[in-house]
Ligand binder design. Structure first.
Ligand SMILES: [Fe+2]
Length: 314
């Protein structure tokens, strides 16, 4: 357990809250006034449709993505791992079994309009998580201009309407000149659909995108209260034998750390104890026969999941 001095801790807390506090708050209120007020600090941005809708290259009824891989090992391009959670409109609950229908261009900017290459369906699991690995889509000409790299998605929570949208990547030179990606207000606001991607030590890009849509949240599941605590980092990541999880607790509470696999099954419960507002480090050293692959580590405060991070076991 590592303890930082109060000034440093306060800085970390303020910094993280400041960076998380922007956002559109949907008008749907749940719970009491205090809970509703606390949600003002959530990074809860309703996922907007894309101005271009589904575009001209959608093919219905794609296959289900197998083993979280949208691409064959032979597909040219830089690998991209995209993951996140599907949440209800006020971000307080997680939606499982949402259909996530994905399609995008290949590295050369071309769509497969005959077959189903780079097209597939995945689902959010019983923790609301989704993840798939693909390649970073190439640029293609749309009239006189190139479109920024983008992934098309149709998201359908069980029993609710389909949201058709597109995801973009920070730093793409074509975003400012794109008629859809450059929209920064109103119903087609793309601001929160432009995500940062970082290259991991395996030479693959990784990006996190949480989807906020109308749907039935899982009963008794997660309220997300980022003002209660967060996971700052996991290192090393990817890891082989053990990984250190650095997290912060913002008020004294009963805190636990859980590890889930991609199917949403509980793999480990690392800690559960009453902790004061402070910054902590926990270590996960899984059994050596635990399969290699991705896992989600979730921070729960009073049994409420407040934050998560994805780690890769080599
Ligand atoms: Fe497209």
């Amino acid at each position: 357990m590592k303890v930082l001095n109060k000034t440093r801790r306060q800085f970390l807390k303020n910094f993280s809250l400041a960076s998380l506090s922007v956002g559109l708050l949907p008008t749907i209120a749940k719970g009491n006034g205090i809970a509703a007020e606390s949600k003002a600090t959530l990074n809860c941005n309703l996922t907007t449709p894309d101005y271009y809708g589904e575009g001209p290259f959608y093919t219905p009824n794609p296959p289900t993505i197998q083993n979280n891989l949208l691409v064959a090992s032979t597909e040219p391009g830089v690998r991209l791992i995209l993951s996140g959670q599907v949440r209800t409109l006020d971000c307080t609950e997680l939606i499982h079994n949402a259909v996530i229908d994905v399609w995008h261009a290949n590295d050369a900017g071309a769509y497969d309009n005959v077959g189903y290459n780079l097209r597939g369906i995945t689902y959010s699991n019983n923790q609301g998580f989704y993840m798939f690995e693909t390649i970073l889509p190439g640029h293609y000409l749309n009239g006189a201009n190139y479109r920024p790299s983008h992934i098309h998605l149709k998201i359908t929570p069980p029993g609710f309407a389909t949201l058709t949208t597109q995801l973009y990547f920070e730093g793409d030179q074509y975003i400012p000149i794109d008629a859809a990606a450059s929209i920064s207000s109103g119903q087609y606001d793309a601001t929160h659909r432009i995500i940062p991607i970082t290259m991991n030590t395996d030479g693959k890009y990784e990006g996190t995108w949480d989807i906020v849509v109308d749907g039935n949240g899982t009963v008794g599941m997660s309220d997300l209260h980022l003002e209660k605590g967060m996971i700052y980092s996991a290192s090393p990541n990817p890891f082989s034998d053990s990984v250190n999880i650095n997290y912060g607790v913002f008020h004294e509470n009963v805190v636990s750390l859980w590890v889930f696999d991609l199917q949403g099954r509980t793999v480990a419960k690392l800690e559960e104890k009453s902790l004061k507002a402070e910054k902590y480090t926990a270590t996960w050293q899984p059994d050596s026969n635990l399969p290699k692959g991705y896992y989600f580590i979730a921070l729960k405060v009073n049994d409420i999941q407040v934050h998560y991070i994805k780690v890769l076991k080599h």
